[in-house]
Design a protein around this ligand. Structure first.
Ligand code: SAM
Length: 282
């Protein structure tokens, strides 16, 4: 399996290298619209995202979240050696390469050809050539029961309109007793402004309002969508897919870690959770 050629970024970029939003709205956005927009956005954003975070992510490393939790310390996936592992929303695939180095038989999947192009470069540079697959998390091109472990570090789930459909796909491809672990935005982040400052810890929207955050280009076309779920929504989606929820991990900020990631910062991390990790069994 190999990555498709990235489409040339067709979104205007801002001074920070990320797609410049022509407009921002809170409005409904369906599954197809979300997938189309986010593929385009991540294709265009890949160079800026990896320039900003690539050093922190590493080339062969498994970072679960901006709080600095690493799989090498957390062992949320259990023993991976000899296991067939699927990583969903792999980006440049450092986690998949870490899994490969730990002895897993891993496939790395992402929606964005721009991200997968960088993953392919790093495959060559590191000599750890994990198979790359371009697909939507909502339609996994894998056989039923073919995977021992599925994992995702902020890959796909925060961006899909129908998480129940993704979790149903995960449940389909996992073998009975298989494991699924995924980090997502902690639902507590949603009501606050998208700022790393503790002064901005003031409620500006309802935690219960699931209306998606949508960015549009100058023509009014949707170019980025982020979806919100409450903690209860996640639990219902996991249980509804027939998975067993074994743990909900809320990582605390790693002492001494100084990197900001957008809204995540050491100052805010000391006060409120930024990441929720779903630990599930098929
Ligand atoms: C925040 S990045 C995380 C990437 C990587 N896991 C990391 O830790 O850097 C989100 C990734 O999810 C991917 N993504 C977004 N929507 C997706 C979908 N519907 N299916 C699969 N991947 C998706 C994006 O292309 C992007 O690479």
């Amino acid at each position: 399996m190999s990555a498709a050629r990235p489409s040339s970024p067709d979104l205007p970029l801002g001074g920070d290298g990320y797609p410049a939003a022509g407009g921002v709205a809170r409005r409904p956005a369906g599954a197809a619209e979300s997938v189309r927009a986010n593929r385009r956005w991540w294709d265009a954003a890949a160079p800026a995202y990896l320039a900003e975070h690539g050093a922190d992510l590493g080339d062969v490393d498994f970072l679960w979240c901006p709080e600095g939790l690493r799989e090498a310390d957390a062992h949320l996936l259990g023993d991976v050696a000899g296991r067939r592992v699927l990583e969903i929303g792999c980006g440049s695939a450092p986690c998949a390469r870490w899994l490969r180095a730990a002895g897993a038989d891993v496939v790395a999947l992402d929606l964005s050809a721009g991200m997968l192009a960088r993953a392919a470069e790093l495959n060559r540079a590191t000599g750890l050539a994990v198979p790359l697959l371009q697909a939507d998390a909502g339609a996994l091109p894998l056989a039923p029961g073919s995977v021992d472990i599925a994992c995702s570090a902020y890959g796909g789930l925060p961006f899909v309109a129908d998480p129940a459909a993704v979790l149903a796909e995960v449940a389909r491809v996992l073998r009975p007793g298989g494991r699924f672990v995924a980090s997502v935005n902690h639902p507590m982040r949603w009501p606050f402004p998208d700022s790393p400052d503790p002064e901005d810890l003031r409620i500006v929207s309802s935690y219960f309002d699931r209306t998606p955050y949508v960015e549009t280009d100058d023509a009014g076309d949707t170019v980025y969508v982020e979806h919100h779920r409450t903690v209860g929504d996640w639990v219902r989606a996991v249980v509804g897919a027939g998975l067993v929820l074994e743990d909900l991990v809320e990582p605390e900020w790693t002492p001494g870690r100084t990197q900001n990631w957008g809204q995540w910062s050491p100052e805010r991390g000391a006060l409120v959770p930024g990441t929720l990790i779903l630990v599930c069994r098929a």
